[in-house]
Design a protein around this ligand. Structure first.
Ligand SMILES: Cc1ncc(COP(=O)(O)O)c(C=O)c1O
Length: 351
């Protein structure tokens, strides 16, 4: 709250609050004990999501970070190398878990490609077999790419990466925390975007607006192991049907409206680009994330974030001179217009 006005929260699509309909679904959920394998609502969500992603089975986990950790533990052994794109969530935002828990080394490829890469980048990065080099085991694709600015992988690039991994015997994991955004933006169903991947992580707590939860999906045998790994990581949940009910409600009610978030992001990007000293690459605004770069005449991102907060707009710094804005179901077009007005006043006042 600022000057009596509610803050407009554009920090992330994770800040959404469960709607009355979702809360009603939570309250009505049939539950069991999911660690013992008999929560019917979790079962329903797992089956439905496996089907959505074109995979044999899925396991409901507390977070996207845990889904990614389970993928690393499924595919790799300590000392193995994992190829990721520049700015990968696993490398920047998972508290060092890839090295601390799975014990793997992350090799970033595709410099300057906003988190994307091609088969040639993989081929160049794979270590030759030797007693000295870490064995390259796994490639991770992030779609949409968070630090890349919410960009969506093209079908051609996905096919190229899938074929390269097949040809070289590398496992392939999809960090699809925002795969539904990619599906809506590209018009390709999630199962098409997930085709050829060994495992897929998919989140309900981002653009879909559920309070908690992701799944990891893949082959049935791998998902049996995934359930064990989830327990090992402390992610076994008991009456988690109340969370799965929110995720199921989100799949029923919050998919089609994701397009509004993308339209609002484009609107916001256009308004930001009009502010002197702010650079936004409008051609690269593909989903619900907008990255704005600040000219040297403007204060650093951290200072502007604090000033914006004081004026009722919450955002995150994504670098010393970069601010990230994320649209979601709790900010409609009017809120985006109001945010754009407040941002313009604050930033113009600093020049
Ligand atoms: C691309 C991507 N992967 C994984 C995650 C991790 O999700 P969680 O916050 O549920 O651990 C996020 C979270 O923002 C993300 O953006």
């Amino acid at each position: 709250m600022t000057d009596g006005r509610p803050a407009i929260d554009l920090r992330s699509d994770t800040v959404t609050r469960p709607s009355p309909g979702m809360r009603a679904a939570i309250a009505a959920a049939e539950v069991g004990d999911d660690v013992l394998g008999d929560d019917p609502t979790v079962d329903r969500l797992q089956r439905r999501t496996a089907n959505l992603l074109g995979q044999e089975a899925a396991v409901f986990v507390p977070s996207g970070s845990m889904a990614n950790q389970i993928a690393l533990l499924l595919h790799c052994r300590p000392g193995d190398e994992v190829i990721v794109g520049e700015g990968a969530h696993m490398a920047f935002h998972e508290a060092g878990a890839a090295s601390a828990i799975a014990g793997v080394q992350l090799e970033m490829v595709g410099a300057g490609q906003h988190g994307m890469f091609r088969g040639v980048d993989i081929a160049a990065a794979v270590k030759p077999e030797s007693r000295l080099a870490p064995p390259t085991r796994l490639v991770c694709v992030e779609n949409t790419h968070n630090r890349g600015g919410g960009n969506v992988w093209s079908r051609d690039d996905l096919t190229d990466v899938v074929n390269t991994c097949r040809g070289r015997g590398l496992a392939l994991h999809l960090d699809g925390a925002r795969l539904m955004n990619a599906a809506v933006a590209s018009g390709s169903p999630p199962r098409e975007l997930a085709a050829g991947f060994d495992t897929v992580a998919f989140a309900f707590s981002k653009g879909l607006g559920a309070p908690v939860g992701s799944v990891i999906a893949g082959r049935a045998a791998d998902m049996d192991r995934a359930a064990r790994l989830r327990k090992m990581l402390g992610g076994g949940m008991r009456q988690s049907g109340i969370l799965a009910a929110a995720a199921l409600w989100a799949l029923d009610h919050n998919v089609d409206r994701i397009k509004d978030d993308h339209d609002n992001a484009r609107f916001l990007a256009g308004r930001l680009a009009e502010i002197p000293g702010v650079r936004v690459d409008l051609a690269r605004v593909a989903t619900n994330i907008v990255m704005a770069d600040l000219a040297p005449a403007l204060p650093p991102a951290a200072e502007l974030v604090a000033r914006l907060h004081a004026h009722g707009v919450r955002v995150l710094a994504f670098g010393p001179r970069r601010i990230r804005f994320v649209t979601h179901l709790d900010v409609d077009r009017a809120a985006c217009e109001e945010a754009a007005d407040r941002i313009a006043i604050v930033l113009s006042g600093t020049l």
